[in-house]
Design a protein around this ligand. Structure first.
Ligand code: F6P
Length: 503
């Protein structure tokens, strides 16, 4: 953080749906273990140096608050900053988290309005839980503290805080995409959500596309708000209040991934993977179980490539890892069944003695296994139908120590804005296009792979998670927009030869 930022700042209060620790009950007793993820790695040193608090849900509904607080005390001491749990009942969890957040906002913000379940009771619960978060923040915060709230679960927390008289500077970062007006306007609570967001002082988006969508929604729905652009921000003025919207593409702890990928354990795991799958290129897909990840289209594309390019038979293996997630929501379970059926069909069609085309893994990988797959895969196939950023793409690049990998990336992942020059880009709905990209990757020379991967690695190394945290906090305090020269809006090429029509 810059010196100005440090001098002006009070403590940092981070707020997210989940706390960065996992609480587990074993034989009746509660214990905690650190959560994983780049966000906590990057924020922990700032929270420790500056003093801070992380507010979030414990992950255990209907638990006794005193017991949770006791369990968190030890973690707070070892983390070097305080963890405060917001208790949620099972009903709140169902209606706020499973319901409003994950059956309305999640599909809608990923352009999948047909997956939405607009149940009015979800809205009441969402408002109620956001108010509850605000009460906990209000109790925790002192006058000069900077409060940084994260993600779509907490879009209305700022307005609740303002109603309680909280005048602190409030930042917000949206980890998922923001949809275009035609889609956002389908939300029955569009007006309340958009107006509530204007109670923040700084709103960060992953890409220019998301910021533009948000600003267009404000312009169209809240016409009394004056909008201007200045220093890389859009500034939305409502009466005396000014809200700034900026772009801050999230990233990973590049150095940590690169270093861990060199561990003996990872090198061994990589060696074993290739030993078990000799003389072939490994294509890696790793996703949470989620319909936004485009897994069925990807499997179709792999099948299409095997049908059209027989020279790939026995020379390529797709390792598709699906990490269990949100399994209490029916759509997620339907997706699991669809994936497993497709894997079965494709393996049934192509398997030869000694070669199974798709290795399907449905579980959490250990860190060593994950890095082993990153290190060993010659091709990463990352094809979400829409994604806020997609950190798997960046993690793969950081772990590709030999620079021999090819990144195939969806045009609709936020990461495309930074990586589009050197990844092979695909439209995840275009089965043949993805199949062609797989073939291009399969036949790409080592020199070409190396040239592309070097540049990808340089970009991810330069714009890592630490730079992301620093840029957001600097922007919050000094009003200065950090320089992210590699963010440009990715626009699909207009000269595509396969359009086939003249206009
Ligand atoms: O991408 C949004 C996100 O909330 C991430 O922050 C998180 O890792 C993932 O979705 C899964 O979240 P959860 O299991 O809490 O629903």
């Amino acid at each position: 953080m810059s010196e100005t930022t440090q001098q002006q700042a009070g403590r940092l209060i981070i707020v997210s749906n989940r706390l960065p620790v996992v609480l587990e009950r074993k034989d009746g007793a509660l214990s905690t273990r650190p959560g994983s993820g780049g966000l906590v790695t990057a924020l922990a040193p700032v929270l420790r140096d500056r003093g801070g608090i992380w507010v979030g849900w414990s992950g255990l509904p209907d638990s006794e608050q005193g017991e949770i607080d006791d369990a968190l005390k030890g973690s707070s001491t070892s983390a070097g900053y305080e963890l405060r749990a917001v208790p949620l009942t099972m009903q709140e969890l169902d209606e706020y988290y499973h319901g409003f957040a994950n059956e309305i906002l999640w599909p809608l913000f990923h352009d999948l309005q047909s997956h939405c379940h607009f149940d009015p009771s979800y809205w009441e619960a969402y408002r109620g839980v956001n108010r509850k978060f605000a009460e906990h923040i209000h109790t925790a915060a002192a006058e000069k503290d900077f409060i940084w709230i994260h993600d779509y679960h907490l879009l209305t927390t700022a307005t609740e805080l303002r109603d309680m008289g909280v005048a602190n500077s409030l930042g917000f970062f949206l980890h998922i995409p923001f949809p275009p007006p035609d889609i956002f306007f389908k939300l029955p609570w569009r007006f309340q959500i958009l107006s509530a967001m204007l109670a923040f002082d700084l709103i960060g988006f992953q890409t220019m596309r998301d910021k533009r969508n948000f600003v267009q929604c404000v312009r169209m729905l809240l016409s009394e708000i004056a909008v201007r652009s200045e220093g890389g921000f859009h500034i939305l003025k409502s009466g005396e209040r000014e809200v700034r919207a900026g772009v801050f593409p999230i990233s990973i702890d590049y150095a940590e991934f690169e270093q861990r990928a060199q561990d003996k354990e990872v090198a061994e795991s990589a060696w074993y993977i290739h030993e078990a799958l000799p003389d072939r290129q490994i294509v890696l897909g790793i996703d949470r179980l989620d319909y936004t990840k485009g897994i069925p289209y990807r499997l179709e594309a792999f099948r299409n490539a095997l049908r059209r390019h027989p020279e790939m038979l026995e020379k390529i293996t797709l390792v598709q890892v699906v990490v269990p997630s949100r399994v209490d929501i029916p759509k997620y379970n339907d997706l699991k069944i669809e994936i497993e059926q497709l894997v079965g069909e494709i393996n049934g069609e192509f398997t030869r003695s000694g070669w199974v085309p798709i290795h399907y893994i449905f579980r959490h990988l250990t860190r060593g296994e994950l890095l082993g797959y990153y290190r060993t895969a010659e091709i990463a196939l990352i094809t979400p139908i829409k994604d806020g950023m997609n950190l798997v793409a960046k993690e793969y690049v950081a772990c590709n120590l030999e620079s021999n990998g090819v990144l195939i990336l969806s045009e609709f992942a936020g990461a495309v804005a930074q990586l589009h020059r050197d990844a092979l880009l695909v439209n995840p709905y275009d089965i043949e296009g993805m199949s062609d990209a797989l073939y291009t990757a399969f036949t790409m020379t080592y020199a070409e792979r190396r040239r592309r991967m070097h540049r990808l690695r340089a970009t991810v190394r330069r714009y890592d998670i630490y730079r992301w945290v620093e840029s957001f906090l600097d922007a919050a305090v000094s009003r200065h927009l950090y320089d992210f020269p590699v963010i440009s809006e990715y626009i699909p090429p207009s000269d595509s030869p396969d359009i086939g029509v003249s206009i």
